[in-house]
Design a protein around this ligand. Structure first.
Ligand SMILES: [Zn+2]
Length: 332
């Protein structure tokens, strides 16, 4: 119990937002018996399990596979986008694709899952016209890079000493700010991260990463990066991938909680959110085996001493703040 709520009650009434999943890759997968509208034995996430897990807003990332990145990134992005829109279109009674702040409010009021179309790695964005057409199709969140280099910036795995944003990268960030597309700094190398937070006129998001101060992985954020993110009034979705949580093989929910506590103590609760990376990860945290188990996280946060208001902020209100600032910009 906390402030008169049970953990379960608190979880059900909270606006739970998951800022990253890779489930779109399952939507049209050959030889995979997966159906988004049904409960599946494969994957971590589908409509019944999202509802069970109390998720209100889910980011769906499109990831262009390695073999398409250099020669057919845009074409592949459009095909994946069609898979996403087709699947969402089959469930309009229970899902709404979010293109504006008004859409988001409507989805919450109608008790529908709000789906945000996101790109993980912007290989398709060769120029601003392509950004604009993808925006028209519903794109509202863009991760500039995956781990390698592209035309916009260097990812964390781009050689020994990765660089920052390119001129095109800066131009795209300004354009995304204009349109109200959320800019996602996950996977971006430290120099680009710093440059992005200077360049962006709106708060940015890091959809899936943890604290390097606890688990020294190049995908995690250093204290300096977390400080910049706090000053930018951005938010980071802490991620459920065991190699980004702890060095040991066995990884339970308490190890993930260490990251929430570490960041909250040093940089405040207001930069914390969730970014599961479900369906993009090969191993899971025990107790968060799939999205239906998210209420376990709320219970664990309360056990660690977060107040019910802090838990609401972590579960989604912090992301809502940043999403609102960005989407409202686009509505002008
Ligand atoms: Zn990723």
């Amino acid at each position: 119990m906390s402030d008169g709520f049970t953990a379960e009650e608190l979880h059900r009434e909270a606006v739970v937002i998951d800022a990253h999943c890779d489930t779109v890759r399952l939507f049209n997968a050959i030889n995979t018996p997966y159906h988004f509208g049904q409960r599946n034995n494969v994957g971590h996430l589908d409509l019944p399990r999202l509802i069970e897990g109390g998720v209100k807003i889910q980011f769906f990332a499109l990831y262009v596979e390695q073999e398409y990145k250099t020669c057919a990134a845009l074409k592949r992005t459009l095909i994946l986008m069609e898979h996403f829109l087709h699947e969402m279109g089959k469930h309009t009674g229970s899902v709404k694709v979010i293109k504006s702040w008004h859409d988001l409010e409507e989805a919450l009021a109608d008790g529908k899952l709000g789906a945000i179309f996101a790109l993980e790695g912007a290989e398709a964005l060769e120029n601003v016209e392509i950004l604009h057409i993808l925006y028209r199709l519903g794109l509202r969140s863009v991760g500039l890079t995956w781990n390698e280099r592209n035309m916009l910036a260097d990812g964390v795995g781009a050689g020994r000493n990765p660089g920052g944003l390119t001129a095109l990268g800066r131009e795209m960030v300004r354009e995304m700010n204009q349109l109200g597309i959320l800019v996602d700094a996950a996977h971006l190398a430290p120099r680009g991260f710093c440059e992005l937070l200077t360049e962006s006129s709106l708060p940015v998001i890091v959809t899936h990463a943890n604290a390097a101060g606890i688990c020294c992985h190049k995908r995690n954020l250093s204290d300096d990066q977390l400080r910049l993110l706090r000053d930018n009034e951005g938010v980071v979705g802490l991620t459920f991938y065991p190699p980004f949580i702890a060095d040991s093989a066995a990884c339970g929910i308490e190890s993930l909680l260490d990251h929430f506590c570490y960041i909250a103590e040093r940089f405040g609760v207001s930069i914390l959110g969730l970014g599961s990376d479900y369906d993009g990860i090969s191993t899971v945290v025990t107790g968060l085996d799939d999205v239906s188990m998210l209420p376990n996280l709320t219970a664990a946060l309360l056990r660690r001493g977060f107040s019910s208001q802090e838990v609401r902020e972590i579960l989604g209100e912090n992301f809502l703040r940043v999403i609102k600032k960005n989407l409202e910009q686009g509505g002008r």
